[in-house]
Design a protein around this ligand. Structure first.
Ligand code: AMP
Length: 193
């Protein structure tokens, strides 16, 4: 099974993506986590990307594809699937991913779970997360910038995936167990491992 979790920062895509991956025995691939690890490891690439992530700006596509494609391929070889979280997140990335990952590598997405949560709830959740996890990009200014980037760059993907017939919309503004149950229910009708 190959899934994408789509939603604004703070929508719960990471939490639910990890849980789904555990349940289905496949790999959760968070582009943000992959980038934060490269930065924490202080690799030459990581040093190049640190500024983008700290500001909440999108990192260049070439670097992202170079980092993520091997991880996706390995996940499929080892476990039969993946749950992508945070990638693709622009129309340009989605179109390129469709060609280079979907068609060339026969790894098209089976479903895209889209979590919808109002902005004020998102900001509150991210500020809570900042206190718990100490993420450097969870400050009020950067959070607001990340939300603006989401609206401009990622939001159009909802229509893109709806038109491709793979969108699974879920109301993310409910208690986590209820959101998870809705995701499972909606996916159960569409995909088998
Ligand atoms: P996230 O953990 O998904 O909120 O991502 C944290 C940061 O990593 C983002 O604010 C971007 O700087 C960078 N990032 C993650 N995924 C992508 C992507 N698909 N394209 C460009 N930049 C990304």
């Amino acid at each position: 099974m190959r899934l994408l979790m789509l939603g604004p920062p703070g929508s719960g895509k990471g939490t639910h993506g990890v849980r789904l991956a555990e349940e289905y025995g496949i790999v959760h691939i968070s582009s943000g986590d992959v980038l934060r690890k490269a930065i924490a490891d202080d690799t030459p690439l990581g040093r190049k990307l640190a500024g983008y992530v700290a500001r909440g700006d999108l990192v260049p596509d070439d670097v992202l594809f170079e980092l993520l494609i091997p991880i996706m391929e390995q996940a499929v070889t080892e476990t039969g699937g993946f749950i992508a979280d945070g990638f693709p997140r622009t129309l340009k990335q989605a179109e390129r991913a469709y060609r280079e990952i979907g068609i060339d590598r026969h790894l098209k997405l089976d479903a895209v779970v889209s979590l919808d949560v109002p902005d004020d709830v998102l900001v509150r959740r991210m500020l809570d997360r900042a206190q718990q996890q100490g993420r450097a990009d969870d400050t009020v200014e950067v959070i607001q910038h990340r939300l603006a980037v989401y609206c401009a760059e990622t939001y159009p993907l909802i229509d893109y995936f709806r038109q491709r017939g793979v969108l699974v919309p879920v109301d993310g503004n409910q208690p986590p167990d209820e959101v998870y149950a809705h995701i499972k229910d909606a996916l159960g009708q569409r995909v088998t491992k």
